[in-house]
Design a protein around this ligand. Structure first.
Ligand code: NDP
Length: 281
């Protein structure tokens, strides 16, 4: 039987620790501002969950909803205001943005010290250079989940399937910092199965229901499933065929209850960290 790496349980531990740290603070609590553009139902759910999570740990949060027709210039001036506001320690712009707005220009406008998503080029550079900074929440949560379960990373062969800027690439940088030997696979990778079979740590972030089968995984590997997909029955499943793989690997994250809850927990961690780097009001 493999060990189930429950992100849901670990996220509770993280939130309890944050509540204690918030209670011990002098001055104002950490403050998060979330900008949402348009009325995407999934974004509404995510933003609502972030607001609720902030409340639970005693943060102040502000959600600013803008119409889909808002201009990029107007969003940039709002970000300028939030950059200058001492009660706001973290700024997050909920993706996706409408096509007429550049994700890159928006990410670069947020002050790196308030960039709790870790998308600003300065933070990306700090991550790859091995410097301190704010790093993307999902991969940060994964590394801490593995530490929490005392999973050895140094010297291990890690394969990351997926090379997005949000998950795959920052995951690669973070595992390099943990002294893994890192390979990144993507849609043009030749013989993905062979690559997977070599991995001691396999992280999958593709977005294809149950694409990683039992016969693709090395005995005793640690498997982290980032994917969130609906299968043909409408059930939420990951990128890994859980039932097949869990009898082969030594540890695995379930879907749901695995990586998902870590993302918001580490958004809260990043906001706390951002507050401690900025002058306290
Ligand atoms: P993207 O669509 O941005 O990236 C997907 C990656 O998978 C790309 O690099 C793509 O390669 C690669 N890929 C696609 N098909 C294959 C294939 N057949 N074989 C190998 N690689 C392939 O996705 P994200 O990184 O944003 O998200 C991935 C999944 O993780 C999604 O299900 C998403 O919902 C989930 N997710 C979950 C989060 C959570 O909190 N639990 C947070 C973020 C994401 P190429 O670059 O060549 O196109």
């Amino acid at each position: 039987m493999s060990l189930v790496l429950s992100g849901r349980k670990y996220a509770r531990v993280v939130r309890a620790s944050l509540r204690d740290r918030v209670n011990g603070l002098d001055g104002s609590p950490p403050g998060l501002a979330v900008i949402m553009v348009g009325d995407n139902p999934a974004s509404r759910v995510y933003v609502g969950a972030k607001e609720k999570a902030c409340k639970k740990v005693g943060y102040s949060s502000r959600v600013i909803c803008l119409p889909a027709e808002v201009t990029e210039k107007d969003i940039l001036s709002l970000i300028d205001e939030l950059n200058a506001d001492n009660s706001v320690h973290g700024i997050l712009v909920q993706l996706p943005l409408p096509d007429h707005i550049s994700d890159d220009r928006i990410a670069s406008a947020v002050l790196p010290e308030k960039d709790v998503d870790g998308f600003h080029p300065v933070n990306v550079g700090r991550l790859w250079r091995g410097e301190d900074g704010l790093f993307p929440c999902t991969p940060s949560g994964i590394v801490e989940l593995l530490h929490h379960h005392d999973i050895a990373m140094s010297g291990k062969n890690a394969l990351i399937v997926g090379r997005s800027n949000i998950v795959g690439k920052p995951m690669a940088a973070l595992l390099l910092r943990e002294n893994c030997t890192v390979t990144v696979a993507h849609s043009r990778t030749v013989d993905l199965k062979e690559q997977c079979l070599r991995a001691d740590i396999l992280i999958v972030a593709v977005g294809r229901a149950e694409m990683i089968k039992g016969g693709w995984v090395k005995h005793g590997a640690v498997v982290v499933d980032v994917g969130m997909n609906r299968n043909s029955d409408g059930k939420l499943v990951g990128d890994v065929a859980y039932d097949e793989v869990s009898s082969i690997c030594s540890a695995i994250t379930p879907v749901p209850g695995g990586v998902g809850p870590l993302t918001i927990a580490f958004l809260l961690e990043n906001t706390f960290k951002a507050r401690s780097k900025l002058p306290v009001k």
